[in-house]
Design a protein around this ligand. Structure first.
Ligand SMILES: Cc1cc2nc3c(=O)[nH]c(=O)nc-3n(C[C@H](O)[C@H](O)[C@H](O)COP(=O)(O)O)c2cc1C
Length: 128
């Protein structure tokens, strides 16, 4: 609960730069501080410091009775956090006109996310 009696919003910040104190982190922390000052609960993950393997495109996660992604790495910690959060802040630098490798590793593995929560993408709409 926050100080107005509402349930705290959960914000998950994903830092996609290898530079832990880089520009994208600075911007993400501004958002995090703003959210915290409004009573949100913020958790920050530094993707580069986690063990996240590349999606192997096995499609196991897409099978009807699949339990999720079979790769046993830190994504198994991140999936429930993604499913529970009300909002994600994805902070990536531009690397070769695209998101960073670290961010893309994480994103590809989100192919399995629907197995970790009901409509994990649908419940999130862009900020107004
Ligand atoms: C491998 C690599 C590729 C990059 N490619 C681009 C690019 O395509 N376009 C661009 O504007 N900046 C590019 N940059 C510059 C970074 O986007 C820029 O330094 C950014 O501020 C880094 O963010 P960070 O401090 O959060 O890591 C590249 C940097 C690196 C290391």
């Amino acid at each position: 609960m926050n100080n107005t009696g509402e349930t705290k919003k959960k914000i998950l910040v994903l830092l996609g730069s290898p530079r832990k104190k880089g520009n994208s982190t600075t911007l993400a922390m501004e958002i995090a501080e703003g959210a915290e000052s409004e009573g949100a609960e913020v958790e920050t993950l530094y993707i580069n410091g986690m063990n996240i393997r590349a999606c192997q495109a096995c499609w196991t996660c897409q099978e009807e009775k699949s339990a999720g992604c079979p790769i046993d790495d830190d994504m198994q910690i991140i999936y429930p956090k993604l499913a529970e959060a009300d909002c994600w802040v994805i902070a990536s630098p531009v690397h070769w006109f695209n998101m960073s490798t670290q961010t893309k590793l994480w994103l590809d593995r989100c192919f399995a996310l629907q197995k970790y929560g009901k409509n994990p993408f649908k419940k999130r709409s862009p900020l107004p």
